[in-house]
Ligand binder design. Structure first.
Ligand code: SF4
Ligand code: FES
Length: 409
């Protein structure tokens, strides 16, 4: 069986950061990078500014996607940063040299002050990208966001089969609202990325998803196989496609890239479980981006809280710049000095940075182990076998839906 490299994307790598439905990196301007390319430089990563900031404005969301990248224990709405706190953070981010701001959640449009936040970020000079499920937006609000300086919108979709989309999101009428939103985007001339998390429950509809994105006038389609963290990990047995299904998506995307050359750009993220080498998660720990939770904790990646022993600073107590330069959680796995074999002597150690610390923790119990997605990991065969076994179960288990304050089977 062929093994494939972790990420097949046009012009941009992927991470596993994301929002309500987006398990992959927020996409940005054409040709821009989600993080600095590996350059084999020995320059300390903290000696340069992060490129991107993912601001999780709230964990509130009307959808309940079973692959949400938000943690199982979510910050309560009452603890969210205030408008003034976010505005201060955005100014600090711009001063630090951050170029791209991804406004995410939960559902960021649940924040009534979103226009104010976009305006501050835009006036500070950052490129602003709204990552949304789109169902709460109105035409007037979209226009207000554009007027406030919003540069780009990334719309997540669950499926283009309405009944299936409703089953996946536990939300009725979402697809019609998304279509309507795409029409407004088109009328306003705003750049649009459609993000389609792909898994066992929608993988057979990928050709129709491609056609949907084209019909909606998207500039970019992110075909993002679900990455198995947080809620997706909890639902892995219900979501994991077979390797054969995954390989078929490679063919579909390759053909679509050819067919829609010059019309729509594709990003393609394969599931770690069927990769031969890991993704350079977050472009390397503490190298290119920061995540801020709704209540202000600053994380090197969205799942970092799953790693014991890390101390997360809060923007309420410390400047973003101090956190980036000296924060314990950022320093811990920055660079290569923490690595053990096989990564330590591997010639890819400054390309993929040993893969994903959180996945190493989840699957091996030690974040300094090589990511089991790597074929050189002693746990790789076991990792692949797990996916193979789960994906071949005839009747997958029901979804455990993402909910604030508890899970519902
Ligand atoms: Fe990457 Fe480590 Fe695997 Fe080498 S051994 S390919 S550095 S994960
Ligand atoms: Fe990969 Fe945390 S999700 S390092």
């Amino acid at each position: 069986m062929n093994e494939i490299e972790p990420v097949v994307a046009e012009g941009a790598h992927s991470s596993s950061s994301g929002a309500e439905g987006a398990q992959t990196s927020p996409r940005i301007a054409e040709g821009a990078q989600a993080w600095p390319r590996a350059d084999h430089s020995t320059e300390p990563a903290c000696g340069r500014a992060p490129m991107g900031l993912l601001a999780e404005l709230t964990y509130r969301c009307p959808l309940q996607c079973p692959y949400c990248s938000n943690p199982l224990e979510m910050d309560k709405p009452s603890t969210e940063l205030s408008t003034a706190e976010w505005q201060r953070v955005f100014k600090e981010a711009a001063e630090l040299g951050i170029l791209q701001l991804h406004l995410s959640g939960g559902e960021p449009t649940a924040r009534k002050d979103l226009e104010e936040l976009v305006k501050t970020a835009s006036q500070s000079g950052m490129y602003t990208n709204l990552i949304t499920a789109g169902v709460l937006l109105t035409k007037d609000r979209l226009k207000a966001l554009q007027d406030a300086g919003l540069d780009h919108l990334q719309l997540s979709i669950q499926d283009v089969d309405e009944a299936n989309a409703e089953k996946i999101s536990a939300y009725k009428g979402g697809l019609a609202k998304k279509r309507e939103l795409c029409g407004w985007m088109h009328a306003l001339g705003m750049p649009l990325t459609v993000n389609a998390p792909i898994h066992r429950a929608n993988i057979e509809n990928l050709p129709a998803i491609v056609e949907f994105a084209v019909a909606m006038g998207a500039n970019r389609l992110e075909v993002a196989h679900v990455q198995y963290y947080a809620w997706a990990l909890k639902n892995r047995a219900a979501l994991m496609p077979t390797r054969e299904q995954m390989m078929k998506t490679v063919e579909i995307v390759d053909a679509a890239k050819e067919k829609y050359k010059g019309i729509m750009v594709f990003d393609f993220v394969v599931p770690d479980y069927y990769a031969s080498r890991p993704k350079p998660c977050m472009g390397g720990w503490g190298r290119g981006s920061m995540n801020i939770t709704p209540s202000g904790r600053v994380l090197p990646c969205h799942a970092a809280e799953s790693i014991p022993g890390l101390e997360f600073d809060n923007v309420r107590n410390k400047s973003l710049s101090d956190i980036w330069l000296t924060g314990q959680a950022f320093e811990k796995y920055r660079g290569t000095s923490w690595m053990k074999e096989p990564c330590r002597s591997c010639d890819r150690r400054e390309i993929d940075w040993g893969g994903c610390r959180c996945q190493a923790m989840m699957m091996t119990g030690d974040p300094t182990n090589v990511d089991p997605a790597c074929g050189l990991s002693p746990r790789h065969a076991e990792f692949v076998a797990l996916a193979t076994a789960e994906s071949h179960v005839t009747t997958p288990p029901p979804f455990v839906y993402r909910r604030l304050g508890g899970t519902v089977g």
